[in-house]
Design a protein around this ligand. Structure first.
Ligand code: JTA
Length: 601
């Protein structure tokens, strides 16, 4: 079926159409036409390993990337010489991996035997030495940066991932995964990595040499062939165990991105938005919340000890218990032994299931609704404060806004303290931030950045109404206008966008699978996926006014308690020429920053 529309002329093959009914994403298969098109499996699920293979095929060699220079500000047609940002990339002081990117993190293990699923099994007590050829010379700059970040004044503990190719000052408050795993953050005993997409060989190399053989638990949602592949990848590493999160509801995915880092000195929790693959830590805008170092409780401390004002400890334990895994129960025991009382954020998760009565408010958008009702302070005129959602993928939201976006999503996101009943919720504006085609085309990665923005034409064409709420990606304040968002954030801002009532960073995209959708006339909330995020409320940071001031300039020394919103406010509406990025249709009208076009399939 060939169609001409909003999005140009394209064709949908019949096998594509059923793919993305519920979850965001759908069943893509993106490789450049210039290379050989490849058809993918016919399952309803998109596997992360397939995405990686497709992405790898798309990658030009980094030699080519170097010769071209990274012209981040200009389209290739106007390309002249490497910009300052380009030089910044080449000279990046904290780059301790000199090897060309295309040669980094390539391929996986070649072992052919399948590893036993580790979820219920005992940890193999092995100190097997890893076959490491990788040279890691921790640069002193990186060490200094990490130390500053740990001890400097960042009361929110909210960070962005480092981006290659931008001015180094914009990376001064940013973290690479190697920074997070650095010995400066703690002497690792064992760790758990929760994620969606995992390159095991690459992940192991992100740990400092001295920690590479410490027990590592990988919690994932892969099934069948992709699960077998992950097991093969992990096989060479005797210290790596895998835990498959149960996904009993169709189209669910394990999106949660969390690290549990158990140290000799205590415990740290990291909740973030990056997959455990090189591309996700290279040139994307990603969010990271670092917990404080949680000290061990004295022996014999009460079960209830070490709780925070935000109930973070017991919420984290509830989240982990929802996996129903003996392996994760071991981590629950470790958490119980620590003092998490310094935590100032609220945990907000989703876990697959159908929830009724008191269970309904534990997860998804009803959990946010409850938190805001209980803890958000009332500020005058809050009815007119817009809700802003920013995400990297979009699910099927129905025939119009009344089906889910306004009835469920907005009703939860505009909740206020019980005293304040919002009567005029139809007046609360919603602004949605999602990259345009030009955003992607002019990005540091170019069109391949769109491989992580899996909004499909099959979904988009059913909800053209949604696109009237869309705003461009723009992030001059964080120097990340050309680093495409893989971060997901939600907030309530004042009409002049100088204040925010609350801020959420999460793995959850704009989808019913992530946030939940009512069933049984609202008596039941059905959630398909695992998601995790943290909610910042002003009251937890000693602000009685009921809002955070928005930090205007990331590089300036504004009051420490102004919040570093990672993109530009006010959001800028799509112009008539703008279209949302849709990943499975071709873009051949103009080349990207690397001189390439985008021709999926
Ligand atoms: C490309 C994805 C995630 C996540 C989930 C993705 C898909 C395609 C990138 C991604 N799904 N997909 O949780 O981080 O089609 O499912 O980055």
């Amino acid at each position: 079926m060939s169609q001409e529309s909003e999005h140009g002329k394209w064709t949908v093959s019949s096998s594509d159409e059923s793919a993305d009914e519920q979850a965001e994403g759908g069943k893509p298969s993106t490789s450049l036409l210039q290379q050989t098109g490849r058809d993918k499996g016919s399952g309803p699920h998109y596997s992360c390993s397939e995405a990686r293979k497709a992405a790898y095929k798309r990658k030009p060699s980094s030699l080519k990337r170097n010769n071209e220079g990274l012209t981040c500000e200009m389209a290739p047609a106007q390309k002249q010489k490497p910009s300052q940002e380009g030089l910044g990339w080449c000279l990046s002081s904290s780059d301790d991996e000199a090897a060309p990117k295309a040669q980094r993190g390539k391929g996986g293990a070649t072992a052919s035997t399948r590893q036993e699923e580790g979820c219920g099994a005992k940890e193999p007590a092995s100190n097997h030495k890893l076959p490491l050829s990788h040279k890691s010379t921790e640069s002193s700059d990186r060490v200094q940066d990490a130390w500053d970040l740990l001890n400097g004044g960042n009361p929110f503990r909210f960070f962005l991932a480092k981006v290659k190719g931008i001015k180094s000052e914009y990376n001064s408050g940013a973290l690479h995964i190697k920074d997070i795993l650095s010995p400066l953050f703690g002497t690792l005993v064992s760790s758990a990595q929760f994620n969606y997409c995992i390159d095991v060989e690459w992940l192991v190399k992100q740990y400092p040499k001295e920690f590479r053989d410490k027990p590592l638990l990988i919690v994932h949602g892969e099934k069948r062939e992709s699960k077998a592949e992950l097991h093969e990848q992990a096989h060479p590493y005797k210290n790596v165990r895998l835990c498959q999160a149960k996904l009993d509801i169709a189209f669910g995915t394990h999106h949660t991105k969390m690290m549990l880092l158990y140290y000799e000195e205590g415990l740290r929790v990291v909740i973030h938005t990056s997959n455990l693959i090189d591309d996700d830590w290279y040139q994307k805008t990603q969010g990271i919340w670092l917990s404080p170092l949680y000290p061990k409780l004295p022996p014999g401390a009460a079960e209830s000890a070490g709780e925070s004002h935000t109930n973070f400890k017991s919420d984290l334990i509830s989240y982990l218990m929802s996996y129903n895994s003996p392996t994760l129960s071991e981590w629950v025991e470790i958490i119980k032994q620590h003092d998490l009382s310094e935590t100032r954020v609220y945990l907000l998760g989703s876990t697959p299931g159908r929830y009724q009565s008191s269970e309904k408010e534990k997860w998804g958008h009803l959990r946010l609704r409850k938190l805001l009702k209980e803890h958000a302070t009332q500020v005058p005129d809050q009815d007119s404060w817009p809700v802003i959602g920013q995400f990297s993928s979009i699910g099927s939201l129905g025939a119009d806004q009344s089906k889910w976006l306004f009835s469920e999503f907005r009703d939860s996101f505009i909740s206020l303290g019980n005293r304040a009943k919002t009567l005029t919720n139809h007046d609360v504006p919603i602004h949605l931030v999602y990259p345009t085609v030009d955003n992607v085309r002019q990005s540091l990665e170019g069109y391949p950045a769109g491989g992580s923005l899996p909004y499909s034409i099959q979904t988009a064409q059913k909800q053209l109404w949604l696109h009237s709420y869309f705003h461009k990606w723009s992030a001059e304040t964080s120097g990340r206008s050309h680093a495409m968002p893989h971060i997901k954030t939600y907030m309530r801002a004042s009409p002049d966008f100088q204040k925010i009532a609350w801020f959420l960073v999460t793995s959850a995209n704009l989808s019913k699978a992530a946030w939940g959708a009512f069933e049984k006339n609202g008596a039941q909330l059905m959630i398909r996926s695992y998601e995790l995020g943290v909610l910042f409320l002003p009251s937890e940071f000693g602000l009685d006014l009921g809002y955070f001031q928005v930090k205007e300039n990331m590089l300036s020394d504004e009051p420490v308690l102004s919040f570093p919103v990672p993109y530009d406010l006010p959001p800028e509406k799509y112009e008539s020429k703008d279209h949302p990025w849709i990943w499975n249709i071709p873009y051949t009208r103009a080349p990207d920053t690397h001189g390439n076009m985008w021709v999926p399939k």
